[in-house]
Write a protein that binds this ligand. Structure first.
Ligand SMILES: Cc1cc2nc3c(=O)[nH]c(=O)nc-3n(C[C@H](O)[C@H](O)[C@H](O)COP(=O)(O)O)c2cc1C
Length: 318
């Protein structure tokens, strides 16, 4: 069941997704972290952030709506309080970095990279740029610049880029994946790559809900991100496209995220091209659900006559 994400070896392909499992190991109160492959921290910014006003997390049909607004203690406090505990976490720890300028991302990524035991830094590029207001992750030029700059400072751990599903005009997810993998062309890090060592596909989908009686938006932030079963089929297609068009050829593994609630959803992601699978919304419904997903995947791999889960990555028959 073990998989390799560009040099980060996971005991199994199931990872707890950014922002849904606390800062580090809070989930260990209800879920044995030795049974999952990895945990991604909530996204950390340079300065502390209160986040958006409430309500900021809501049920939304067959999914969830959130506009947390990157509430976090800031990178200095994170490193001081959580840093010393990272090596004690019994699964791979991936630090998520967010920012509103290239400089902010660089500072946060360098700080997370320097924490002993952090295996990878994942860039959450679904943040608007302070200069142009455009999301870093929706503009290939901005994304190249960002990845190139961060690549230079992530020296010990691997660099993951979590793509945004927000694409505009003629730009598709493949152009964004290519930008993340190629960066500015200057190689760095333990693998000597110019860009991402792995791609995470994808983040939440922009969404909104309205109270028809008061005519007010349900989220204080007006709009937010949709996750859970409602986005699953869309996420599978994004993983399929990124794997086929960019990642496979570049030799870059994909972490498939979006609406994975049951083992069948995870297996679908793997067949579409994901080497690992993230779970987020499922943790709110049942924090132990990753264990059932791992067990189900084990049985599925055997029933498919495969000797390892790796054999089934991208193995959809089309
Ligand atoms: C409450 C909540 C908070 C989240 N916070 C973050 C975050 O800090 N950074 C990030 O990259 N993604 C964040 N996400 C997105 C998830 O990591 C994941 O990409 C998305 O929810 C889709 O997966 P899911 O359908 O399994 O939840 C958050 C999602 C939720 C529901």
């Amino acid at each position: 069941m073990s998989v390799d994400l560009g040099g980060v070896v996971l005991r199994n392909p199931v990872v707890l997704s950014a922002g849904t499992a606390g800062y580090l190991d809070e989930m260990s109160e209800v879920l044995d972290l030795a049974r999952v492959g990895g945990v991604v921290t909530k996204s950390i910014t340079r300065m502390p952030r209160e986040g958006n006003a409430t309500w900021r997390v809501l049920p939304a049909g067959v999914g969830m709506l959130n506009a947390v607004g990157l509430a976090n203690v800031g990178v200095e406090a994170f490193v001081e309080r959580m840093g010393p505990r990272v090596t004690g976490v019994p699964c791979a720890v991936i630090g998520s970095a967010a920012g509103f300028s290239v400089e902010e991302y660089v500072v946060v990524a360098a700080s997370l990279d320097a924490v002993e035991g952090v295996k990878a830094v994942e860039l959450n590029v679904s943040c608007p740029n302070v200069h142009g207001g455009v999301e870093f992750g929706s503009d290939p030029g901005l994304l190249r610049e960002l990845v190139g700059a961060v690549r230079g400072v992530v020296k010990y751990s691997r660099l993951f880029v979590k793509l945004s599903p927000v694409v505009s005009g003629r730009v598709g997810i493949s152009e964004l994946a290519r930008a993340a993998v190629e960066g500015c062309g200057v190689s760095g890090g333990p693998n000597g790559r110019p860009g991402a060592d792995a791609l995470c596909v994808a983040n939440t989908i922009p969404a909104m809900a309205i109270d028809v009686r008061t005519r007010r938006p349900l989220l204080a932030n007006v709009t937010g991100g949709l996750s859970g079963p409602a986005v699953h089929a869309a996420a599978v297609k994004l993983v399929y496209d990124v794997h086929r068009r960019v990642a496979r050829e570049a030799g870059v593994p994909v972490i498939g995220v979006g609406g994975v609630m049951r083992w069948e959803d995870a297996a679908e992601m793997i067949l579409a091209g994901a080497t690992a699978v993230g779970m987020g919304t499922a943790l709110f419904a049942d924090p132990r659900s990753p264990i059932g997903v791992v067990r189900g995947l084990e049985r599925w791999v055997r029933s498919q006559g495969a000797s390892s889960v790796r054999e089934l990555v991208g193995a959809v028959v089309v």
